[in-house]
Write a protein that binds this ligand. Structure first.
Ligand code: ZN
Length: 246
């Protein structure tokens, strides 16, 4: 008894879920969702390239001291005097500022970080005007002094970025995946909206056409072109367009 009920239910389920010729709209919906899926990866990639979620800037400032024998020492500003072994005979000879920009890319989640080149600003008192973007040669005493000061203050990542040792772009896989889900939902929702709108519009057009045809039929005119058929009642076809007259 119960077995037979279940068997009947299963038969019904099989019947209603069987493949049968789908409507044009069903096919259009399938194509639209497939297109949304195919467009998801390019969309996420494009947004990661083009969309800057926000830009952050890290500025590290420090001072430079020079002792009587010409040795240069640096210290990051809050730590000056605590760790830098500046001798009693040294005098402050300048300031430095390292600017590290970070571009956070992607939407809605940050899928990558990009670092433009770090910029070093120098204000050496002996040289007059401060310089905004200085390229110190590797191995120069000034560069070594600034690097040491940054490392002592714990800015290892800043030093690595300044020296170009870290890749300029870093990706976050989990954000890439999450963005993929969001973009797939957005694209398929848009596709669904488009299909629904077209379906609604075509239904309105159909209803309008049907009403017009009925009106023409009542008035004794050709349903296709509106030609007056009352004078040609013995002809089977409309003399204007050839449509079979009913
Ligand atoms: Zn006609």
């Amino acid at each position: 008894m119960v077995v037979r009920m279940i068997r009947n239910k299963l038969r019904l389920i099989r019947y209603y879920s069987a493949d049968r010729p789908r409507s044009v709209w069903g096919r259009a919906t399938n194509i639209a969702f497939a297109a949304a899926l195919a467009l998801t990866a390019p969309a996420v990639w494009l947004v990661d390239r083009a969309y800057v979620l926000r830009v952050s800037q890290l500025h590290i400032s420090g001072r430079l001291n020079e002792s009587a024998d010409g040795t240069v020492w640096g210290g990051v500003v809050p730590d000056v005097g605590l760790r830098s072994p500046v001798g009693d005979d040294s005098v402050m000879s300048g300031m430095f500022q390292l600017a590290i920009g970070t571009e956070h890319h992607g939407w809605p989640f940050e899928s990558s970080r990009r670092h433009p080149r770090a910029q070093l600003g120098l204000d050496l008192f002996a040289r007059g005007e401060p310089q905004a973007d200085v390229d110190l040669p590797a191995g120069s005493p000034l560069r070594a002094a600034i690097e040491l000061a940054l490392l002592e203050a714990g800015h290892d990542e800043a030093v690595a970025l300044w020296q170009g040792e870290l890749p300029a772009v870093s990706h976050r896989l989990s954000a890439w995946l999450a963005n993929g889900v969001v973009w797939y939902l957005l694209l398929s929702y848009t596709a669904w909206l488009g299909i629904s709108f077209s379906r609604f519009t075509s239904r309105v057009v159909q209803v309008g056409r049907h009403a017009r045809q009925q009106q023409r039929h009542r008035e004794g005119r050709c349903v296709a072109c509106g030609y007056d058929l009352r004078a040609s009642e013995f002809s089977e076809r409309c003399p204007e367009c050839g449509t079979l007259a009913e």
